[in-house]
Design a protein around this ligand. Structure first.
Ligand code: FE2
Ligand code: FE2
Length: 144
């Protein structure tokens, strides 16, 4: 399997999971929302780890490009993590409005981030790296 296909599928799964969280929050079903949010957060963080611990270092080592796209991606992961903790706080406070507005910021950030990865970083990775062994290494960290 190609790196692009493997990681793009994870983007789609996380998007679907977040849509379910938003539905539960909109309906103010807080217990359900919390459970769905925890799954979304854990899967998103696992996806970030696959990129930060496996893909980015190998990409940098192989291409010699260390100050380019991978640095931007790491910075955006940090921003997303910050928004994830604000969402968790809003959930704990059962604050629907804050959750929805921070959630929208997170989705805008993530959509732009994912588009850059899917259009630039993943195709470059498949071009320069050993796709099969990269997917195998990333799978070892867990499945979404
Ligand atoms: Fe990423
Ligand atoms: Fe990604």
């Amino acid at each position: 399997m190609h790196i692009a296909q493997y990681l793009t599928e994870e983007h789609r799964k996380c998007d679907e999971e977040f849509a379910k969280v938003e539905e539960a929050v909109a309906a103010q079903e807080w217990d359900k929302a919390k459970e769905l949010f925890e799954k979304f957060r854990d899967d998103t963080l696992l996806h970030f780890r696959k990129e930060e611990e496996v893909l980015f270092p190998t990409f940098e080592e192989t291409t010699g490009i260390t100050m380019g796209p991978t640095q931007v991606m790491r910075h955006e992961h940090a921003q997303a993590k910050e928004l994830l903790s604000r969402l968790e706080e809003a959930l704990n406070a059962k604050d629907k409005n804050t959750f929805m507005s921070v959630g929208e910021s997170l989705m805008i950030l993530i959509q732009q981030h994912n588009m850059k990865e899917e259009q630039i970083l993943y195709p470059m990775s498949d071009q320069h790296l050993d796709s099969e062994s990269m997917v195998e290494e990333m799978s070892k960290l867990g499945e979404i």
